[in-house]
Write a protein that binds this ligand. Sequence first.
Ligand SMILES: [Cu+2]
Length: 384
Amino acid sequence: MKSMWKKAGVVGAAILAASQSALAEYGYNLQVPASKVAQDVFQLHNFIMLVCLGIFVVVFGAMFYSLLKHRKSVGHKAANFHENTTVELVWTVIPFIVLMGMAYPAAKVVIDMKDTSNPDMTIKVTGYQWKWGYDYLNDDVSIYSTLSTPREQINGSEAKGEHYLLEVDEPMVVPVGKRIRLLITANDVLHAWWVPALGAKQDAIPGFIRDIWFKADKIGTFRGQCVELCGKDHGFMPIVVEVVSEEDYKAWVAKKKGGAVVAAADNTKTFETAELVERGEKVYQANCAACHQANGMGLPGAFPAISGSKVATGPIADHINIVLNGKAGTAMAAFGAQLSDADIAAVVTYQRNAWDNKMGDAAQPATIASARGGAADAAAPAAQ
Ligand SMILES: [Cu+2]
């Protein structure tokens, strides 16, 4: 007898410990809120769940009570009545009050989410197939944020990391405690920007600009995903927001601007072919491999192989032209606005000298710069 109680005690304690650690981890809950709006959303969710639970208990309670107490086998006879005004009033008025009780706090939170007035800074967010672009309108910094999970983890030849498919090369960096307004749009198809812990979610629509805001309460890294089905790599364009102190933010901006100066200097340099190939491989992995594949073989029927391609083994001017200006009506986007002259020179040189392509020639940044000028007319239809 005694040992049975002891066993029950141990099991009870284990259940309690498990449920408490589940709570602590929010394992089965929404993400831990990191902004006022996210906190409001979280509380609204809990409140409405409780209302639903209350309705569930009352409705099913009444139903099962009636089924059991008034069943035919204990001698009950069904009542047969129509048009009972009192009952009809009660079942109209009570749901109305319940609905209003939920709609009022919900509308308040939605209005707060959509109130983008008085921002401390504004960032334009652009969805691309398949990455995010961030333009800091106040600080004149622009970055592209692409997935950094290694291909080996995705194709299963390596163990998956802690932030599998939720990590990027360049996170969006913002200062803590500031009202950040986001102007959200897309370059090709519908995408949607969502970081649950910051309570910010908005569709990114080509040709339209929608805005939202958030103010992060604490320093930390917050992760989200594109939440609008946008094609093959929809699951491969995560969002990472790095919330830092005001000083760290200023230092980051200064570093980005310094980087831009170095990058600009690269555009006037002349490189060795080997340097271009090495740099071009990185540019290719970050910008092109999603479609043309790391091995240059493409995906038959959708994305052409670059290894052995007529363009990559043909006249270099045509090769530069398709990378700069894209090809209208296909998934091949114009990279002229996204990549620097040095990066385009590098990726073109890489494509001409990797895999089965043994062209031995190289494009220099200066060639790209003049192609930009000269191809402006030809580019107009391609850019659409
Ligand atoms: Cu997307």
